[in-house]
Design a protein around this ligand. Structure first.
Ligand code: MLT
Length: 312
């Protein structure tokens, strides 16, 4: 008799490194969060989790890549709120966020900061808002492409004050922050995951935070609501995704590793330093991520139609 070939079933997942795809440039907020997560998940999986940056088109390039990747559990995607804004922003999106993925769970909520180049004349958040309105398209507003959190926040900010800044897209907010520090662009919204150390070092001007309440690591900074923008709130929620059709056993193992990572005191400590909270346990599930994604697509879709911002 011929022995049955070694089947995939005989192999326990994961038997080799897992790739975590990051949809923005290395060194930026998603990358920083991804690396912390990869380390803790790797410990739980007993395998290295390798971070791979696939920046471009506001995160949609990486999403499309993962939607079409091998469905074997070895490719996963960390993405944020942009997963829900892209369907509104792109007339032709080459993948369907609600059909082409498996959902592993929500990860963490990251606040944003509204920051300016070091020598921007505005001295307070109120002055910044008037500056944006008065200077019109002379203001260069940096973001990480249509579908980035920085783009959404910048769009909402402009809408709120009736400003028409010139938007300058980058492959991620890491290169955008370098340009802001260098004075090549004027203003940006960016996540605390990246901005806190630069704010503390005085390399950029901090105007406010986008959360409902003030943040512990930046306690002196007002919220944009305090600065006069009623109801203004942007929280960058994150999810972990795999290609549609990934085997249930691999998904269960990955979800278990995600939940273990989100309990890891080392991970919690690193995130806490920059005002980032892991989501509560009930949100660390496939159902919770898909529900969040679906309701966020509806919410932002309506706002984006109002703003009239589109890419073909
Ligand atoms: C990044 O990692 O560069 C950011 O998450 C981009 C953004 O969404 O603003």
């Amino acid at each position: 008799a011929v022995a049955a070939p070694l089947s995939a079933q005989a192999e326990t997942f994961p038997s080799r490194p897992v790739t975590l795809v990051i949809p923005f440039a290395a060194g930026g907020p998603t990358d920083l969060l991804g690396r912390v997560l990869a380390q803790s998940m790797g410990a739980s999986l007993g395998q290295t989790v390798v971070v791979e940056n696939r920046a471009g088109a506001g995160g949609t390039l990486a999403s499309n890549f993962v939607a079409r990747a091998n469905k074997d559990g070895y490719t996963v995607l960390l993405h944020h709120i942009g997963m829900s804004t892209a369907p509104g922003l792109y007339r032709k999106l080459p993948y369907n966020p609600l059909a082409d993925f498996e959902y592993l769970g929500q990860v963490a909520d990251v606040p944003m900061t509204v920051i300016g180049r070091p020598d921007l004349p505005a001295k307070s958040p109120q002055e910044l808002l008037s500056y944006l309105k008065q200077q019109g398209n002379k203001v260069n507003l940096a973001h990480a492409g249509l579908g980035a959190a920085s783009q959404l926040c910048g769009m909402l900010l402009q809408q709120a004050v009736g400003a028409e800044s010139t938007t300058v897209p980058f492959q991620g907010t890491a290169p955008a922050l370098t340009a802001l520090i260098g004075g090549q662009v004027d203003v940006m919204c960016d996540q605390t995951m990246q901005t806190v150390p630069h704010i503390r070092a005085g390399k950029v001007k901090l105007y406010g935070v986008t959360t409902r309440d003030r943040l512990k690591p930046l306690a002196d900074a007002p919220t944009m609501r305090e600065a006069g923008l009623k109801d203004f709130e942007v929280v960058v929620w994150h999810g972990l995704y795999a290609p549609k059709g990934t085997p249930p056993a691999a998904l269960a193992t990955l979800n278990k590793a995600l939940r273990a990572a989100l309990k890891d005191p080392a991970l919690i400590g690193k995130l806490d330093e920059v005002g980032v909270q892991v989501v509560k346990e009930s949100l660390q599930t496939p159902e919770a991520l898909r529900t969040q994604l679906s309701s966020e697509i509806d919410r932002w879709g309506a706002l984006i139609r109002q703003a009239g911002t589109y890419a073909d």
